[in-house]
Design a protein around this ligand. Structure first.
Ligand SMILES: [Zn+2]
Length: 63
């Protein structure tokens, strides 16, 4: 088995951005894997394989 820090596909399918309910996509941020919202451009960290879908902890991904 290889180390996979991304979340399960079935779980990702049902996850939505808590701010705008947009679709989240796997991405890699400056601190590791994260889920990025394509609508409001927030990146949510994934800690130990668990996505932290809190707007307060998200970072803006747009420049
Ligand atoms: Zn969003």
């Amino acid at each position: 088995m290889t180390t996979n820090e991304t979340i399960e596909p079935w779980l990702r399918e049902i996850l939505r951005c808590p701010r705008c309910k947009g679709v989240l996509a796997d991405a890699t941020g400056p601190t590791g894997p994260e889920l990025q919202c394509g609508s409001c451009h927030l990146g949510y960290p994934i800690e130990d394989g668990v996505p932290v879908l809190l707007v307060d902890l998200a970072r803006p991904t747009s420049d």
